[in-house]
Ligand binder design. Structure first.
Ligand SMILES: Nc1ncnc2c1ncn2[C@@H]1O[C@H](COP(=O)(O)OP(=O)(O)OP(=O)(O)O)[C@@H](O)[C@H]1O
Ligand SMILES: [Mg+2]
Length: 326
């Protein structure tokens, strides 16, 4: 494995009964970069993370992390990686400080060093004030931050984050994003899973889109967005009957790409600037009432629609008949 590759998989496969969680997954993650595994519920993201963190064995294929085989060198590898799982794995009956101290002791840091490191990390994640409180009283965002801190106790060069910001409020999300960015600036490699295109776009150098256990697209965020299309203007009308009139009024400004659905009209934009004001004026001129108007970027759903021709589906709509599995 070249030294600039931190994580590499070749033909990874894993099934649970007749559910193909991973089908021949090939990934390569550069050192000190962020790699985003993007996919809907049931795509296989957590399965991939569990295999890469030695918690689960693949049925076939190979995976190397930090140059170590995930099966043959599992024990050695565990000292090189940190994992913050999809559900925060912190102990509610301990304080934040005690949680981190315990992890330090598990890594044989010794009492003094473990306590030092705990204090340092609480500081980094702005949990110092809450550090003496039981985790049971923490908010979701605080637990996530503590979980991430726990994954960092041993200063692992490679970090796995499984949906790190799911369920967080916008502010906690931003805080976690900047914490991740600063780790990567200091040389950490991060593989993160997410269901949010904007999250992958903001953090990841490369993104692999997963669907039903397969990687269906891979590239830099800007490549992916170029394939999917850019921003769109969304106008919710006061009356659904006005959809036709609205499309006609907007066509001279934005071209023919506008689509209507119920009382909402969506128009692909080549340029954001001035689009909202122009649209409001044009609709006003023809007497179409606007309930809401905003510009939105592409979402995971848009990616799926473009790449697969269907919306992101949940695991039950796998081609294996889900009723046959019950
Ligand atoms: N231990 C297991 N036993 C049976 N089926 C499993 C097991 N783990 C995962 N699966 C199935 O494998 C598929 C992939 O699951 P996985 O948890 O990897 O998806 P995911 O992309 O992480 O989804 P989510 O976004 O919901 O976390 C799903 O159909 C899931 O039900
Ligand atoms: Mg998952």
């Amino acid at each position: 494995m070249p030294t600039d590759v931190a994580i590499e998989t070749l033909g990874l496969r894993k099934s649970f009964g007749d559910v193909h969680a991973l089908r021949d997954v090939d990934l390569a993650v550069g050192r000190a970069t962020v790699f985003g595994l993007l996919g809907p519920n049931g795509a296989g993201k957590t399965t991939a993370v569990r295999i890469l963190t030695t918690l689960l064995r693949a049925d076939a294929g190979e995976a190397r992390v930090a140059g170590l085989d995930v099966v043959r060198d599992a024990r050695k590898l565990r000292g090189q990686i940190g994992l913050a799982g999809q559900h925060a794995a912190v102990d509610e009956n301990l304080t934040g400080f005690e949680n981190l101290e315990m992890v330090g002791r598990l890594y044989h840091l010794g009492r003094r060093l473990a306590r030092e490191r705990a204090g340092e990390l609480l500081d980094t994640f702005e949990l110092s004030d809450a550090g003496r409180r039981l985790v049971g009283s923490y908010s979701g965002g605080m637990r996530r931050r503590l979980d991430l801190a726990a994954a960092l106790v041993a200063r692992p060069p490679i970090l796995f984050l499984d949906e790190p910001t799911t369920g967080l409020d916008p502010r906690s999300r931003l805080e976690l994003w900047s914490a991740i960015e600063s780790l990567v600036r200091d040389g950490t490699t991060v593989l993160l899973t997410t269901q949010y295109l904007d999250e992958a776009d903001r953090l990841a150098h490369r993104i692999a889109v997963m669907d039903h256990g397969s990687v269906i697209a891979e590239g830099a965020p800007h490549e992916l967005k170029a394939r999917v299309g850019g921003d769109r203007l969304e106008v919710r009308l006061e009356r659904a009957d006005d959809v036709g009139a609205a499309i006609d009024a907007l066509a001279p400004l934005f071209g023919e790409g506008a689509r209507g659905e119920a009382a909402t009209v969506r128009v692909p934009l080549t340029k954001r600037q001035g689009a909202t004001a122009q649209a409001v004026r044009a609709l006003d001129r023809v007497g179409v009432g606007i309930d809401d108007i905003h510009i939105s970027g592409p979402t995971l759903d848009d990616v799926f629609l473009k790449l697969t021709g269907h919306a992101a589906e949940e695991e039950d709509s796998d081609e294996t008949d889900s009723s046959a599995r019950r």
